[in-house]
Design a protein around this ligand. Structure first.
Ligand SMILES: Cc1cc2nc3c(=O)[nH]c(=O)nc-3n(C[C@H](O)[C@H](O)[C@H](O)COP(=O)(O)OP(=O)(O)OC[C@H]3O[C@@H](n4cnc5c(N)ncnc54)[C@H](O)[C@@H]3O)c2cc1C
Length: 408
């Protein structure tokens, strides 16, 4: 096999592993290069490992045949080679960047030590190493501050509370998971976390990280209020990991720019997953990463008609709890969850059971919805949304959508 036939994939996360496995099944030679020393794993389930619910082995992905553990440090597009940190050079016929995202490190005073490291006790929450580091540090009574109240921060706070930590969640904006949820659903998530013992502060900006002898001791809010902390989790979002693509001179905006064939500005270099920007969108979610991997596998294996045209992505999250009134809280959200003037909205709330369902319809088309606590209709709703077909008429059929699962 010459290096010209070989597909080299950089990054053994969800997208890279899926692509390598699909290509292997289709008989296309592939080399997967990943820097993490652990067996490839499903990042979406890290909070379950942190909560002590799953062991790392449980979230391992089925391993592809050939996996090189190394960090790629450079791409030479003229020579069609990649160079790794250990000095090894690998030739490619096609190169695929599946380098994922980096956590956003917020501009807090005192966040870095003199050696540009995070202080002891301060952790990002992106990798298995982050997760194992946190799991080692958490024990009953530990004071933990989670900075950020998006999906990641909510998952981390819940997991730490389950491990017995005294958790404070500091969210800069006015509500939790604002990218996915409407205000009513955000309130239910807040109530669930409070029930688990988490102290939730919204409109609360952390300004400073205070350390003694290189270890975190407290965080200070913008209003001067200080919170003692043994552990700090940074959950302030992610940005596409584009350093290699930039250094190689590829077109990079928010992410590595790709077309419907998942090709970058170099036709021999493709990109998939969190690192890409397709049709102006950077998803940062698992479902688009997997769909892109499947489309690219088909293309690289010779299906010239295969295309990726975007993902209408549904976000799902289960916040498990110790049981009783604080048992699991299931959430699903898709599209636009807040109505514009003129939209039709159907909403069902059951305060006793803590359930909430809402759909938003515009011009007879379902444009978004949110379900909390009662997900029986999620399959039917997702199909109606993904199909973007006109609904028969507003009113009755909408209520039907919210209350009947259509056999899903
Ligand atoms: C705790 C947590 C919970 C999440 N929950 C959800 C959820 O509920 N739903 C959802 O849709 N999404 C969720 N996500 C997001 C989801 O995990 C990502 O969208 C998905 O992992 C993207 O896959 P990827 O392969 O593009 O990137 P990644 O999974 O990040 O994999 C990229 C890999 O490339 C490696 N790499 C990067 N550069 C190099 C290099 N130069 N050399 C070698 N290797 C390199 C990285 O080390 C990494 O292993 C969650 C993420 C986290 C962290």
């Amino acid at each position: 096999m010459t290096s010209n036939d070989r597909v080299v994939v950089i990054g053994s996360g969800l997208a890279g592993v899926r692509l390598a496995r699909r290509l292997g099944e289709l008989g296309t030679p592939v080399t997967l290069i990943g820097e993490e020393e652990h067996r490839p794993y499903n990042r979406v389930l890290l909070a379950e490992v942190l909560a002590g619910r799953y062991s790392p082995e449980v979230i391992a992905l089925p391993a592809p045949a050939e996996l090189t553990r190394a960090r790629v440090t450079g791409v030479d597009r003229a020579a069609r080679t990649v160079t790794c940190a250990d000095g090894s050079v690998t030739g490619y016929g096609r190169l695929v960047l599946a380098t994922g995202s980096n956590p956003v490190l917020p501009p807090l005073r005192g966040l870095f030590t003199a050696d540009h490291e995070l202080p002891e006790g301060v952790h990002a929450f992106r990798t298995m190493d982050d997760c194992l580091g946190l799991a080692k540090a958490v024990r009953p009574g530990v004071r933990a501050v989670v900075i950020g109240g998006g999906l990641l921060g909510v998952s981390a706070a819940r997991a730490l509370a389950e491990r017995g930590a005294q958790v404070v969640l500091a969210q800069q904006s006015e509500r939790l998971m604002e990218r996915q949820l409407d205000p009513a659903a955000s309130r239910l998530v807040g109530r669930h976390l409070t029930g688990l013992g988490v102290e939730v502060h919204t409109e609360c900006r952390v300004r400073d990280v205070r350390c003694v002898a290189g270890a975190v001791r407290s965080v200070e809010m913008a209003d001067g209020y200080a919170l003692d902390a043994d552990l700090v989790v940074l959950a302030c979002g992610v940005h596409p990991r584009v350093g290699l693509a930039q250094a190689a001179g590829l077109d990079v905006r928010k992410g590595v720019v790709v077309d419907d064939e998942l090709r970058t500005s170099d036709p021999y270099v493709h990109a998939i997953g969190d690192c890409v920007q397709h049709a102006g969108t950077v998803y940062g979610l698992a479902a688009p990463a997997l769909e892109q991997a499947d489309a690219l596998a088909a293309l690289l294996a010779g299906d010239t008609a295969a295309r990726y045209t975007g993902t209408r992505s549904l976000t799902r999250l289960t916040l498990t709890g110790p049981g009783g009134p604080f048992g699991p809280l299931d959430l699903a959200a898709f599209g636009e969850t807040e109505a514009l003037p003129g939209d039709d909205v159907v909403q069902l709330t059951d305060a006793t059971r803590g359930t909430y369902r809402k759909v938003v319809v515009r011009d007879d088309r379902l444009v978004g919805g949110v379900l909390v606590g009662e997900l029986g209709t999620v399959g039917a709703l997702a199909r109606a949304w993904e199909g973007a077909e006109p609904l028969p008429s507003a009113g009755g059929p909408l209520l039907h959508l919210l209350t009947h699962d259509g056999g899903s």
